[in-house]
Design a protein around this ligand. Structure first.
Ligand SMILES: [Ca+2]
Length: 342
């Protein structure tokens, strides 16, 4: 998508025509590494299942049956292959587009990663060549089984986007040796967050952004700093996703989420935070909402959830429920309404 519209940044935020908005509305690129066979060298295009940004393999990157999950929790799609970058041949997969973070705006880049050996290669290298170490993003692997994110601006100024602040290749975000971990990097405004297995590990705001502007990047591929390991299911979204929408997260099931909400209200009553009558009033709305969903009426379930929210807010404003206990109920109900399309 990006390479088709090199002179605008607006297009990167538009949905891709033909994609079901409800299913993949924010996905702009998705490399699944499913196009090969186990132990087969990737020699053809590395397929972008969401867009047109196929990758070009170099060296001997190999498809592997070693995968983090057999079914992708967020999409339900079967998953049979990952891509393994091996040592000494400078394996890489090159992309012609701009690196997903080069253009300003909210974005998420996520993938599963597994590494077995200590090294300090570039997992992602954000320029089309290795002629210079400037004007590029880099996600680097560290000597201590941690990784770090940083970029060098077109004028070669270092912007460290994860700990440590000086960008040195150690003491970054840890990822245990020899096991798959899901890595997600989000940018919201100028704030970069890094998650491992859905847990926030790092939050850094880029105070004076001066983003790299070269087209072309690669998975691994930094000269003399090879990345050795396995990667799977690399996806780019044009918004800063919350962890419940990462590929490793099961989508919220409304009925179950409402049942969880009922349990929370019961717990508040049991703890004496909310009186029995008020608790029952809230639970009654939630039970009707479940009943409406079971009858195929999400619109009526949304109405009941909105009444639930209003009642919780009334209890908070009249001192019947502390805000610290009530706000999580409101937020959970808002999230369920959003999933239901309200
Ligand atoms: Ca895969």
């Amino acid at each position: 998508m990006i390479s088709e519209h090199p002179n605008t940044i607006i297009n990167t935020s538009l949905p891709i025509p033909g994609l079901a908005a409800s299913a993949q509305g924010s996905t702009v690129a998705y490399w699944r590494f499913e196009e090969g066979a186990p132990n087969q060298v990737a020699s053809g295009p590395v397929h972008d299942s969401a867009g047109t940004n196929d990758g070009s393999p170099f060296g001997i990157p190999m498809y592997s049956a070693d995968v983090p999950v057999a079914v992708i929790p967020q999409t339900g799609a079967p998953n049979t292959l990952s891509l393994e970058l091996t040592t000494s041949f400078q394996d890489r997969v090159a992309f012609a587009s701009a690196f997903p973070f080069n253009q300003p705006g909210d974005v998420t880049l996520e993938f599963w990663l597994k590494w077995n050996y200590i090294h300090h290669g570039a997992i992602l290298w954000g320029r089309p060549d290795t002629a210079a170490d400037e004007n590029r993003f880099q996600l680097h692997a560290n000597f201590d089984f941690t990784f770090g994110l940083e970029y060098r601006s077109p004028s070669n100024e270092l912007h460290a986007l994860s700990p440590p602040g000086d960008g040195t290749p150690q003491n970054g975000v840890p990822l245990p040796q020899g096991q798959w971990g899901h890595v997600a990097i989000t940018r919201q405004g100028d704030t970069y967050r890094i998650y491992v297995n859905g847990v926030l590990q790092s939050t850094v705001t880029d105070v004076n952004p001066d983003l790299p502007n070269l087209d072309g990047w690669s998975l691994a591929g930094r000269h003399n700093q090879p990345f050795v390991g396995l990667v799977d299911e690399m996806r780019v979204s044009n918004e800063a996703l919350t962890p419940d929408r990462f590929l490793n997260s099961s989508p919220l099931i409304p009925q179950q989420a409402i049942r969880n909400l009922i349990e929370k209200v019961k717990a508040l009553v049991a703890a004496g935070v909310l009186n029995q009558g008020n608790g029952n009033a809230l639970i009654a709305k939630l039970e009707v909402a479940i009943d409406k969903l079971d009858k195929g009426r999400p619109d009526q379930a949304i109405e009941k959830l909105q009444i639930f929210i209003h009642e919780v807010e009334t209890f908070m404003s009249t001192g019947k429920l502390p805000e610290a206990e009530g706000l999580p109920l409101v937020n959970a109900a808002i999230e369920i309404i959003a999933v239901l399309g309200g």
